[in-house]
Design a protein around this ligand. Structure first.
Ligand code: GLA
Length: 721
């Protein structure tokens, strides 16, 4: 590492650091005292030249005790001797090649001369997508422990217009994930944070759209998207200040782990590492989504090119109440429809405390022979004999007090001195205890061992942390637990992913309680929400799709909301498709609809999962929110699939369905289905007309859908159909 140590940087070139994301960037420069300033940010930010001395530019990462006493800092530490201020001086920069060709890892080191603290601002570029990954490392070189109160991972400064706005993604909790909430910013500090520790994203997803000049459209307008890669509590803070006599305002965005209750006591010689924040500055939301999808596939997702299976789950059909024959009956019907995986959900385990409801058995991973006399092998072979893979549900981090596990290890749970409170009749195990981490890894080994051949696993976590405390930590380090729990849990997940590379993993936490890019690194997909009402799902998937490719967004057809089956199927087909429906109870017409849906999935799932998402008609913004339409396009523009949804009775005239990205000069075969028994219509349309709206809306009633397959004449789809 090139570190200039105590020498102050001398030549101006040594002092200017460019973080180049390809299409945009961020430039920092040190002033004569070595303080780092932001001298450029945005589309031309990587090439910014200094008009005046660096000292006149905003601080790059303001500290408590830095030059501006009026604004909230992005770093606040109490030092060994009680000093509460930190002043950082640029010490050196190291650049080395990043994980992909043309990429870099840039480490900007600063020191506080008075207290022997070293803070390194780290960046990993991904120029192919235009996403920067950034985090901060605090090395305690002092003689004793320091307390880290706040360390945001990024703290960029913006000059914004009066219409500057944000979109946050979070609702009221369970079954209300991903609620779209947009607002214009006014002066003051606004905080968007999450709590709960284990399933924080049930209330607020760790994503923010910041639009400095007001809401961007799909195709134009500055839009800045941030994702916090953290499986715990997160925080965005936006501080807006008026400028005297000007319309423009100063805005500082801070993003990182939520420090509330989580100050970290850092021993000498140790490094505190903040979560990675991945962010981009795009022109229009479509570009922002393209970038996040590309980056997710390149840097986050396991097996990104593998098309995900059609999964049938039994949860909403049986809940805890099933037996061998009932499951085999569902497996039969799943095979008959042509699904790929049968996923057995909660309720299959517990012997002395059978898991007949959520009050008992959690932690006891032995099969309940009353329900399944042939054990899990009986179901694995029932599935494989019918050409299906078998999957199973586990919740390794949790325990019911009514369980053998709790009887044997009452001291394994997360708790402080008070009697721990139950949530969903369960307690969370403390992953800071080494034996608990081994147990959790062992749960998966054990379950896969008693169900050999299982190749899909749903990993759930159904309660938050309410009584934070760990006996693995001394009394004066209890607040460290919030950060340490995330790392310990990721260690467990990484061990599981490494030990079972061929098992596909679904990430679930009471629905979408853990939907962050950090945790997803160990999984293939997530259960988006327990709310499977297709009307709600259209809006959730719309929001979630801004950040994640559809291959990760599990969407199952259920009976929730009593919506028409063709509509429910179309909504699920627009993401990672599956069923959680009583397939045995389907009548002839219902079965036919599901068959058509599976056939359609086979024709479109490669496009849906790996294509480019194009949002055409929004169900969350604008005057008319009664409709939604989105499309997935092949990269070469020879195929597309368009989903149109009419959520309510139409009151306004239909919107134009304008699909760009195809070849104007090509002719396309257009096949439209609404999944009812009506015949599919097929016609030929020039690409130029499709761009101008020739596909047409075509829906006149609430809770109807159309799926439009568009294929350049003469091409065949992947399934060869
Ligand atoms: C959570 C999940 C559901 C289901 C139940 C089982 O709520 O989100 O999908 O697995 O647990 O108890």
């Amino acid at each position: 590492m090139q570190d200039t140590g105590d020498r102050a940087p001398t030549r101006p070139d040594d002092r200017t650091i460019r973080l180049d994301a390809g299409s945009w960037g961020w430039t920092w420069s040190a002033d004569d005292d070595g303080r780092l300033h932001q001298v450029g940010l945005g589309p031309s930010g990587a090439g910014a030249a200094l008009d005046v001395d660096a000292v006149w530019y905003p601080d790059a990462h303001p500290t408590w005790g830095g030059p501006d006493p009026y604004r909230p800092p992005a770093l606040r530490i109490t030092h060994t001797d009680g000093t509460t201020t930190t002043r950082l001086r640029f010490s050196g920069v190291e650049r080395r090649p990043g994980p992909d060709v043309g990429d870099e890892v840039v480490r900007i080191t600063t020191i506080d001369d008075e207290v022997d603290l070293r803070v390194t601002f780290c960046t990993r570029t991904h120029r192919a997508s235009g996403v920067l990954e950034q985090w901060v490392e605090v090395l305690n070189d002092e003689s004793g422990a320091v307390t880290v109160w706040d360390v945001d991972s990024i703290a960029p400064a913006f000059l914004v217009g009066p219409e500057a706005s944000v979109v946050q993604f979070g609702g009221s909790g369970w079954a209300d994930e991903w609620a779209w909430s947009a607002e214009r910013l006014t002066p003051g500090t606004k905080v968007f944070d999450s709590l709960g520790g284990i399933q924080p994203h049930l209330q607020r997803s760790p994503f923010l759209l910041l639009e400095p000049n007001g809401p961007a459209s799909e195709t134009s307008g500055d839009t800045v998207g941030c994702s916090i890669l953290w499986g715990g509590n997160t925080r965005f803070a936006v501080d807006v200040r008026p400028r005297s006599g000007e319309q423009a305002r100063d805005l500082r965005l801070r993003a990182g782990a939520n420090p509330l209750g989580a100050h970290y006591v850092l021993d000498p010689g140790r490094t505190f590492t903040s979560p990675v924040v991945a962010w981009t500055w795009a022109d229009g939301r479509q570009e922002l989504t393209d970038r996040f999808h590309d980056w997710t596939r390149a840097r986050v997702l396991r097996d990104p090119d593998r098309t995900r299976p059609i999964v049938v789950n039994n949860w909403e059909t049986t809940f805890f109440s099933f037996d061998h024959d009932r499951i085999v009956g569902l497996v039969d019907r799943s095979a008959d429809l042509g699904a790929d995986v049968f996923l057995l959900d909660d309720g299959w385990f517990g012997t002395s405390h059978p898991r007949d409801d959520d009050t008992a058995g959690l932690g006891d991973w032995d099969v309940d022979r009353r329900k399944l006399p042939e054990g899990l092998p009986g179901l694995v072979s029932a599935a494989s004999e019918r050409g299906l893979r078998f999957g199973i549900w586990v919740e390794p981090e949790m325990v019911n007090p009514r369980s053998d596990l709790f009887d044997a290890h009452p001291d394994w749970v997360i708790r402080d001195r008070r009697t721990p409170r139950e949530h969903r009749n369960q307690l969370a195990l403390d992953p800071l205890l080494g034996e608990v981490r081994d147990f959790e890894v062992g749960v998966v080994d054990r379950v896969l061992g008693i169900a050999p051949g299982t190749s899909y696993l749903k990993w759930d976590a159904n309660r938050p942390v309410t009584d934070p405390g760990s006996r693995a930590l001394p009394p004066d380090r209890q607040s460290n637990a919030w950060v340490d729990w995330v790392h310990a849990t990721w260690e467990v997940m990484e061990r599981v992913a490494t030990a079972h590379p061929d098992v596909e993993l679904m990430l679930c936490a009471s629905g979408g309680g853990r939907t962050d890019h950090g945790t997803l690194r160990f999984f293939h997909e997530f259960w988006t929400s327990d709310n499977t009402d297709p009307v709600a799902r259209i809006r959730m998937q719309w929001a979630c799709g801004h950040w994640f490719p559809a291959s990760t967004i599990a969407a199952h057809v259920t009976a929730w909301g009593g919506r028409p089956l063709p509509f429910a199927c179309a909504v699920a087909l627009s993401a990672r498709f599956g069923f959680d429906l009583d397939l045995e109870a389907l009548d002839e017409e219902g079965t036919a609809v599901c068959r058509r849906a599976v056939a359609l999935a086979r024709r479109t799932q490669d496009l849906v999962q790996h294509g480019r998402l194009r949002r055409l008609v929004s169900p969350v913004e604008g005057e008319d929110r009664s409709r939604a339409a989105l499309a997935y396009l092949s990269p070469d523009g020879d195929r597309a699939v368009v989903f149109c949804f009419q959520l309510d009775e139409p009151t306004d005239p239909p919107p134009d369905l304008l699909l760009a990205g195809l070849d104007d000069d090509a002719t396309y075969e257009v096949a439209v289905t609404d999944l009812t028994s009506r015949r599919e219509s097929v016609r030929s349309v020039p690409g130029s007309e499709i761009r101008r709206g020739a596909l047409g809306w075509g829906l006149t009633r609430a809770l109807t859908a159309r799926v439009i397959e568009v294929r350049a004449s003469g091409t065949r789809n992947r399934s060869g159909a």
